[in-house]
Design a protein around this ligand. Structure first.
Ligand code: FAD
Length: 513
């Protein structure tokens, strides 16, 4: 068996990797994290994907412990503002569709829309978000029973998720890294604060050790590159090629602010907001004590100064005196993610762009797959090959889903938005879009490999973005709609009850602070 792992980098990916490996393997393998005190972390990445709860569950951490320590909040959806036209909004919820007489409720809705809000007519989460509600009652119970909170005698991973859990988290990325560092170090992970200044390879190109500025050499069997966009081991040392997504996803820059606010007064919206802008979009992530916000833009359409000015206007007076974090994004993925005895996880492996919050999901997926494909000293090439295929397919699938966001957004009011309709579409998407116009997306017609998103997400996005028309299945005109009508009424009643009975998200978290 392998005896030692060296993780280079101590951002979200480095500490997620180290803590997960220590939870999976205990002290049967030694794990060392080396992180630089001079090179900072990316400083963003605070909204997650609903599978993330499996990560915390796997580590044995309860929400009551880690969430208050990381100023975390619940995220039930992404609220898309102004993507169709100014003043319009809709939610992409973490909530699967109900099925009536073999057809999705959205299909029935298309046959005869109840209102102009498919997201509230067909899903509960839209109402919870509009009313700033917590998904949990004050006694801790979930708003909807049977949503996968069964107590297992074992730990689940994201690939075992069978129900669509109704929420993900927002959290302070620096506090989460600190929390996971303490968790990992308490379980025997060694922590070295130093700069890696050299990487040594043997004659086959396998890494033998990394050299630090002050603490000498760190040898290991397996090296994990968590150095962010620098990709010190995977790109710089091993020279693995990078496959850019830039031709289909042009946003390559961001400017971010951390804005302290009185969240009790402002209210904690239980979702991330993505507000479309002239050259991209602005995220708003509500934490318990502040918001994280940033403008993701394409440098072909905006200068950094224009983007920062727009972000400050968007935030208003609260942005005064705050330092902006300008970030150049590397959009795409490494051709392979595991080469020889080096695995890249996090931004060093690939990044699509923050829309739909998939950076941390990629990290979680990579760690889980690494554990599943973990080698012994035979270094079976089949394990590496399968791992590389799974990771690449996952990122390519998310790329396709995100390209669809821009292509299907109805707005075309300037060059940036007009150009989103002219770029080449990634393989298969054009054909799928055509197919979805006669039959709404289902599990058979979406990108065929695991990438986190299910068909309901595609339906919600197309219905909300409004630029690609969908129509109801013709068969519904021949069917009796009374069961569907009862379901719409039931859902509206449930939404009204929840609006009355659930606490606000602020009230829920105030009890832990
Ligand atoms: P980093 O945070 O950059 O960490 C790199 C680490 O490597 C640091 O500890 C550094 O000290 C260390 N290091 C570098 N060089 C050396 C060296 N020579 N020696 C020693 N150590 C070294 N993801 C989401 O899931 N949700 C989001 O909402 C989201 N928003 C994002 C917004 C933007 C604008 C961007 C760019 C990304 C976003 N992401 C998001 C992605 C997310 O931020 C990252 O996936 C996550 O933070 C992991 O980063 P990382 O640990 O790979 O890299």
């Amino acid at each position: 068996m392998l005896k030692s792992i060296v993780v280079v980098g101590g951002g979200t990916s480095g500490w997620m990797t180290a803590s997960y490996l220590s939870a999976a393997f205990g002290d049967r393998i030694s794990v060392t994290v080396v992180e630089s005190a001079r090179v900072g972390t990316i400083g963003v990445g605070e909204a997650t994907f609903s599978t993330v709860r499996h990560f915390f569950e796997y580590l044995g951490l309860s929400e009551q412990d880690w969430m208050p320590a990381c100023n975390a909040t619940y995220k039930l959806a992404i609220r898309f503002e102004n993507w169709r036209e100014q003043g319009h909004h809709f939610y992409h919820p973490f909530e699967r569709q109900r099925v009536v007489d073999g057809f999705n409720l959205t299909d029935w809705w298309l046959r005869e829309p109840r209102s102009d809000r498919f997201d509230k007519d067909c899903f509960l989460v839209g109402t919870l978000c509009d009313n700033l509600k917590s998904p949990r009652h004050l006694d801790g119970s979930l708003f909807e029973k049977g949503l996968g909170e069964q107590q297992h005698a074992y730990r689940t991973t994201l690939s075992e998720q069978t129900t669509q859990f109704p929420y993900a988290y927002h959290f302070d990325a620096s506090l989460v890294a600190d929390y996971l560092r303490d968790y990992a170090v308490a379980r025997g992970v060694k922590h070295v604060v130093d700069d890696v200044v050299d990487v040594a390879q043997d004659e086959r190109g396998w890494i033998t050790h990394v050299t630090t500025r002050e603490r000498g050499d760190l040898a290991g069997d397996l090296f994990v590159d968590c150095t962010g966009f620098r990709s010190l081991l995977m790109a710089k040392t091993l020279g693995e090629p990078f496959e850019s997504y830039q031709s289909t996803l042009p946003n390559d820059s961001a400017v971010a602010l951390r804005v302290p606010l009185d969240m009790e007064r402002k209210g904690l919206r239980p979702c991330t907001t993505a507000t479309a802008q002239e050259a991209g979009w602005i995220w708003t992530i509500p934490l318990f004590d502040r918001i994280g916000t940033g403008y993701v833009y394409a440098s072909d359409y905006s200068t950094p100064e224009q983007a920062e000015q727009r972000l400050r206007e968007f935030v208003g007076p609260a942005s005064e005196g705050l330092e902006a974090n300008h970030i150049k994004m590397r959009i795409g993925r490494s051709r392979r993610h595991w080469v020889n005895n080096c695995v890249a996880i996090g931004l060093s492996s690939g990044f699509v762009e923050p829309l739909e919050s998939t950076g941390i999901f990629f990290i979680q997926n990579a760690i889980e797959q690494l554990v599943k494909h973990f080698p012994d000293s035979n270094w079976d090439e089949g394990l590496r090959n399968t791992y590389n295929t799974l990771i690449s397919r996952c990122m390519d699938g998310v790329r396709e889903f995100l390209v669809m966001h821009y292509y299907a957004a109805k707005r075309q009011d300037n060059e940036y938005w007009k150009d989103t309709k002219k770029r080449p579409l990634p393989d298969g998407l054009a054909e799928r879009l055509e197919r979805w116009q006669t039959r709404i997306p289902d599990s058979e017609s979406i990108y065929p490999y695991y990438h986190g998103f299910e068909s309901y997400s595609y339906v919600c996005m197309l219905l909300g973005l409004g630029g690609v028309p969908l129509k109801a299945s013709p068969a519904l005109n021949l069917m009796d709609p009374s069961s569907a009508e009862r379901e719409f009424t039931l859902l509206a009643d449930q939404a009204r009850d929840l609006e009355r009975s659930l606490p606000t998200q602020y009230e829920y978290f105030a009890q832990f602070h």
